[in-house]
Design a protein around this ligand. Structure first.
Ligand SMILES: [Zn+2]
Length: 124
């Protein structure tokens, strides 16, 4: 599937599971939707994941307006991007307003897209 110019396939990171790759050259500011449906409030997230951070799937992204996107049931391409950790520098960031993955360094066809998860984005 090449919607948004990306494909999902096994990550180049060891034990990284699936990853997000450019299916064509992606220019700066190219947006890849994160997933989830409508943003929800923190209380909704807490109700969905009563065990808190321990049971929270790592798919809940906090937006700048204090709402959350939960891509656990509605995976979007953006939610498939891995954090390259020390091995692969990030070439994308999360858009603070919509949660989409935004290309921050031109990504050539075939390259994996990495974001820095940054603890501030995740509910704790
Ligand atoms: Zn956006």
């Amino acid at each position: 599937m090449k919607k948004y110019g990306v494909v999902v396939k096994p990550s180049g990171i060891a034990d990284g599971g699936m990853g997000l790759f450019a299916a064509r050259r992606l220019e700066l500011n190219h947006h890849i939707p994160y997933g989830g449906r409508k943003p929800v409030v923190a209380k909704t997230v807490k109700n969905r994941y009563p065990g808190g951070a321990k049971t929270l799937a790592p798919y809940v992204l906090r937006l700048e307006n204090g709402m959350y996107l939960d891509a656990h049931k509605y995976r979007g391409f953006g939610s498939m991007a891995n954090d390259g950790l020390d091995h692969s520098p990030a070439n994308a960031i999360y858009c603070p307003s919509c949660g989409g993955v935004v290309i921050s360094t031109v990504v050539e066809e075939g390259e994996e897209i990495f974001v820095s998860y940054g603890p501030e984005f995740w509910i704790r």
